[in-house]
Every structure is written in C-alpha cells, then in structure tokens.
Ligand binder design. Sequence first.
Ligand SMILES: Nc1ncnc2c1ncn2[C@@H]1O[C@H](COP(=O)(O)OP(=O)(O)OP(=O)(O)O)[C@@H](O)[C@H]1O
Ligand SMILES: [Mg+2]
Length: 229
Amino acid sequence: MGGIMYRTENLNKSYADGDGVCYALKDVNLDISKGQMVAIVGESGSGKSTLLNILGAIDSATDGKVIANGKNIAGLSEEQLSTYRSKTVGFVFQAFHIIDCYTVYDNIELPLIINKVPGSQRDDMIRKAVARVGLDDKLRTKCNKLSGGEKQRVAIARALVHSPDVILADEPCGNLDSRNSESIMELLRGLVDEDTLVVMVTHSKTDARLCDRIITLSDGMVVSDEIIR
Ligand SMILES: Nc1ncnc2c1ncn2[C@@H]1O[C@H](COP(=O)(O)OP(=O)(O)OP(=O)(O)O)[C@@H](O)[C@H]1O
Ligand SMILES: [Mg+2]
C-alpha cells in the first residue's frame, strides 16, 4: 500500500478554437496514491476523459507534467511508453471497444497476443480474468450475444488480464442498471483491495460515494478534491 502512483504538475491540455484556445484541462495538480479507488466526476465536457487518457499515455498534455511511478511520461522512449501502456495500465473505455464478432475468450486474448505473451501462459491468464468477472460459462460465447453488463465485464477482464498496477476506467458503469453497476463496483473494489489503483470516471453520485476519493472537474480545472475514506 501507499506511495504515489501519479503526480501531475500544472497539467494543461488545450485546443485551438477559432482565434483563441479552449482548455480541456487547466493547471491540474494532483497526487494520486497507489491502491486506492478514485472517482473523477464533473459535467460533460469538463475534461474527465482527457485526464484519464493523459494518465494512460494514450493522449498527451499540451504542457505540464505527468509523473507515473516516479518517471515523467513525456521523457519515456516509444518503447518505454508502449511497455507502460501494455503492462502498467489497463484501460476500460467509455464505449467498451469489444469486438462483437469475437468470443469472450478471443477478446481477452487479443492484448496478450499484441504484447507477445507466450501461448503457454495465455490460457491460464484468460481463464483467471474471466473467472474474476464471473463469465466462466460464457468463455466461448460471441460478444454480440452478451448483454451490456456482460460486455462491460469482458472489457474489465481484458483490462485486468495482465495484472496491471492501474486500471483507468471511463464510465465503467455508464450504460448499466443499478444491479449491474453494483457488481462492477464490487469487482473494482476487489482489485483495489489487492493494491491496484483504480481511477474511474463516473456520472453516478452513488458510484462516486463508493470510492476513496472524489475529484471534481469543471471547465478543465479541479474544483473539489474530497477524501472519503
Ligand atoms: N480533439 C479535440 N479537439 C477539440 N476539442 C476537444 C477534443 N477532444 C476534446 N475536446 C474538448 O475538450 C473538453 C473536454 O473533453 P472530455 O472528452 O475530456 O470531456 P468529458 O468530461 O470526458 O465529457 P463526457 O462526460 O461528455 O464524456 C470538451 O470541451 C471537448 O469538446
Ligand atoms: Mg468522457
């Protein structure tokens, strides 16, 4: 437990907007500890996905720093960046990004193949991840036959299959009913109990209250930072 996973220093993300600039993030300074569950909340367009994407190094800041595990992300080589994205971080996207015509098994295997995990290790990793999200009986089911909640579980299994230090989840319960949301939140909490850092974007007050900390963004700025437990 403990230790800082992320430190952001004067993080800015801006876009040209006509003659001026529009800030998606403005002077964001945060320390985020390991082994916590952190909610990022705020109105639509407040910069939540932008922040998550920059933490996951799938987007870059206009200026300012993101220090992940003591290292400035901007200073990493392409190879180090790709290791960071594939080993340290697991991403759950706002719209799942599940391949519908693939089975549950194949969807989860894909990142392992891309990251050249040997075939002999993959099967065991996939089965563990699928058991973790409670989809054992759907291993060979095509994802177009799954419900929204089940697809979200596949997305989470795919994010956790390589046991990352950090899960970055963009509205993991966004399209789910309250029962499914609850079980996804329990699943994420279980990972936190094993010392994974979970940073999740949510629109749900209920889900945010289940986290350890709530960071509120408004117009790209941190306007409230509440430690709950
Ligand atoms: N590629 C882009 N070009 C210009 N502006 C962008 C781009 N991407 C995002 N923005 C702007 O940055 C701001 C923050 O966007 P972001 O996607 O981070 O919001 P969000 O808080 O995740 O919203 P939502 O809750 O709707 O998902 C918005 O005003 C958006 O219009
Ligand atoms: Mg978003």
